[in-house]
Design a protein around this ligand. Sequence first.
Ligand SMILES: [Zn+2]
Length: 135
Amino acid sequence: MRFRSSKVNEFRLWGLALTMGGMLLMIIGLAGIVFDWGKAGRIIAVVFMILGMITMMVSMGIYFWAGMLSTSATVIDCPECGRRTKMLGKTDRCMFCKTILTVDPQFEPTAESETAAAVQASEHELHRELEHKPH
Ligand SMILES: [Zn+2]
């Protein structure tokens, strides 16, 4: 799984998005009762309400899990922007500048894609720096 932002932020975002989705499903379910579509309406209402409940429960679980993860995350100072950020696992991104952070600069076989991306990003930075030199 690839993350575009820091893992804690990503989980929180998904948790929130799913909660919203669950609420929306429950509202759709309520419409089945409000508009009085008869038996079909009631079935739709029940189905959507249950789906909405499940979605909300799952998303709340994700949200709490993200909270738990963030308390167990390593707190480090980002080398790029100097701000204090939380890091999950061996590789993660800075919460503020999205820089890939890694505990182990030696390329880990498990984090192959991540480190490859990191190398690419640093190369990109280098090119940008060269372009900006003539100032
Ligand atoms: Zn940073």
